[in-house]
Design a protein around this ligand. Structure first.
Ligand SMILES: Cc1cc2nc3c(=O)[nH]c(=O)nc-3n(C[C@H](O)[C@H](O)[C@H](O)COP(=O)(O)OP(=O)(O)OC[C@H]3O[C@@H](n4cnc5c(N)ncnc54)[C@H](O)[C@@H]3O)c2cc1C
Length: 414
């Protein structure tokens, strides 16, 4: 019997769990390591959308003028903990540099190459995990409550159109035919009909991790501290409970990948862009599919356990205490968008999106160690891109030509 090379994946979020499953499909002996349960960090509380229409990056032309005003406006979704400002400054400088029109267009094109293959990466895993009941293909509706907001978003929607996203333009009444509970203030809508969302992102990752274990994968509950490096690269992973020998390693630890990649000699400008949600448990307001309010900077998604509203981009240390004032701001915006939305039971959550200033993940081989691979930095799209990232990592590890050009996602591009 031939020896199957071993590979350890650090991080059992959406991205790491999908890497582990695709590597198993390639015949590797896979260990998935997480200090917590699968999917319990950023991957648990997101808005659940497989955002195939989200090629538009965060840094857009003109952002340099908008950022200072947004930071000073308590109602704006962009937040910065001032104590964190000196650490975040280099990130913001790169962010502004990424907002040049030619760069924006190249970034959108690169993001779309992953989005076009997103379902090739995730759908087979969901089918094998018997988790199709956790998906719903009811589309995404963008809403606008003023002509000004609609005109202001015209370049972003033109970018989507240029990248092949199919959208239907609606007036306010047509938008309310899809979502009758929307405020009468909505004057325009844009619909992406073929968009899928999960009705429970945490249960989805847990179902994928359960499949991984059923197939003989080892899920190890440990905290990774560092690496032992030999002449051929990473030899062992040091954890809080001893060392694990490995033939290969994948770093997929979300925002906490930065210090791990740094220990392997690759500095990356990864920041925690912390988002908040308010969950309206058991809310019985009828809702058809996911809604993204362009004026209010929030998304609202019908979930298995109620209705979830989320948003906010707070720059702070990943593990700093949450400030749930932001979740309450999201709640007020959701209640204004849907005036009949209410629930007896509300819960609030914060999770760190792992964000690079150029809105692209890192997917590739470590420039320094040939048996180490990086899969992190998926910002607002880790649920969407987890499956295809896992497929690409499995192709790279097994020496196949990746099905997407990975040049734009190189770890050493910064
Ligand atoms: C409010 C909000 C809404 C969002 N909505 C969407 C959406 O609709 N669609 C979408 O595609 N994306 C969405 N996202 C983004 C998405 O949630 C993230 O991009 C995604 O969860 C990142 O997944 P990940 O696996 O990289 O990281 P994580 O889920 O954070 O997983 C990283 C894992 O690594 C583990 N780990 C870290 N360091 C170590 C260590 N040293 N040792 C052991 N384990 C370690 C952690 O415990 C964790 O489990 C949203 C995010 C937020 C905050």
């Amino acid at each position: 019997m031939t020896h199957k090379p071993s590979i350890a994946v650090i991080g059992a979020g959406m991205v790491g769990t999908c890497c582990a499953l695709h590597l198993q499909n390639e015949g590797y002996d896979v260990t998935l390591i997480d200090r917590n349960g699968p999917g319990e960090a950023a991957s648990s509380g997101n808005l659940g959308c497989f955002g195939i229409a989200s090629c538009v990056p965060a840094a857009m032309p003109g952002v340099i003028k908008k950022v200072p005003a947004m930071l000073l406006n308590p109602k704006a979704p962009l937040k910065l903990r001032w104590a964190h400002a000196p650490k975040a400054l280099p990130w913001f400088l790169r962010f502004i540099a990424a907002s040049r029109r030619d760069r924006v267009e190249a970034i959108a094109k690169a993001r779309q190459t992953l989005l076009n293959r997103a379902h090739d990466g995730i759908d087979p895993l969901v089918a094998d995990a018997d988790a199709k009941h956790l998906l719903s293909q009811t589309g995404l509706l963008f809403t606008f409550e003023s002509e000004e907001a609609y005109q202001g978003a015209s370049y972003a929607f033109e970018l989507r159109r240029q990248n092949g996203v199919k959208m239907d333009l609606l007036d306010g009444n047509e938008a309310r035919q899809i979502e009758p509970m929307l405020t009468p203030n909505v004057v325009r809508g844009i619909r992406v009909a073929n968009l899928t969302h999960t009705v429970d992102p945490l249960r989805l990752v847990q179902a994928l991790a359960a499949l991984f274990e059923r197939r003989g994968g080892r899920l190890v509950h440990r905290s990774v501290r560092g690496f032992d490096i030999g002449p051929d690269g990473v030899r062992a992973i040091r954890t809080d409970d001893g060392a694990l020998d490995v033939d290969n390693v994948v770093i997929a630890a979300g925002v906490w990948s930065r210090p791990l990649a740094g220990q392997l000699g690759t500095p990356v400008p990864l920041e925690a862009e912390r988002g908040y949600h308010t969950m309206f448990h058991g809310a019985d307001m009828p809702m058809h599919g996911a809604v993204l309010s362009v004026d209010r900077y929030i998304s609202v998604t019908p979930m298995m356990d109620g209705i979830r509203a989320g948003g906010v981009a707070e720059f702070a240390a990943p593990d700093a205490a949450a400030n749930f004032v932001h979740a309450r701001m999201v709640r007020r915006q959701a209640e204004a968008l849907f005036p009949t939305l209410k629930s007896q039971s509300i819960s609030e959550w914060m999770g760190p999106r792992p964000s690079h200033p150029d809105s692209k993940p890192v997917i590739g081989r470590s420039p320094r160690h040939k048996n180490a691979f990086f899969a992190f930095g998926h910002d607002h799209l880790g649920l969407t891109m987890g499956g295809i990232t896992g497929k690409l990592i499995s192709e790279l590890v097994s020496g196949k030509t990746p099905c997407v050009d990975l040049e734009p996602f190189r770890p050493d591009r910064f």
